[in-house]
Design a protein around this ligand. Structure first.
Ligand SMILES: [Zn+2]
Length: 137
């Protein structure tokens, strides 16, 4: 086991990785392999679940509440943050790289429609986004 402060002892031999958030038994080979694959997902552009959800929550808060936007650019940054959180989930589920452009375009269209209160456009964007459901994990 490494001793660089990234593993926290949870008792009974279980450790939690501060990088990926995975709880495991380092003595068990299967656990070590699963942990290694979690880090490979991060190296491929994925983000741990709690981090994705945190980014989404903060992004949505800013999208939902004008008072939280300190500058007009923050609305766009909040949309990008939410779109990136969804992309990170898709990349963790092996979405092909050439899907980046259409995936992000559809998510921006969706977020633009939601913040504009355009229900029809929101529904249209959600229809387009269905093709990536299989990467939603
Ligand atoms: Zn880890």
């Amino acid at each position: 086991m490494n001793d660089d402060g990234t593993l926290i002892s949870k008792g009974a031999g279980i450790v939690e990785c501060r990088i990926c958030g995975f709880n495991f038994l380092p003595e068990v080979e299967e656990d070590r392999e699963r942990h290694e694959s979690e880090h490979l997902r991060i190296l491929s552009g994925g983000l741990p679940y709690e981090i994705r959800e945190f980014i989404k929550r903060v992004g949505w808060e800013i999208l939902d509440n004008e008072d939280l936007r300190e500058t007009p650019e923050q609305l766009e940054t909040a949309k990008r943050a939410v779109a990136f959180a969804y992309w990170a989930r898709a990349i963790s589920n092996s979405i092909p790289e050439n899907e980046l452009q259409p995936f992000m375009a559809a998510h921006f269209a969706w977020l633009d429609a939601i913040t504009a209160g355009d229900e029809e456009e929101t529904n249209r964007a959600q229809e387009t986004m269905k093709r990536w459901n299989k990467y939603g994990g």
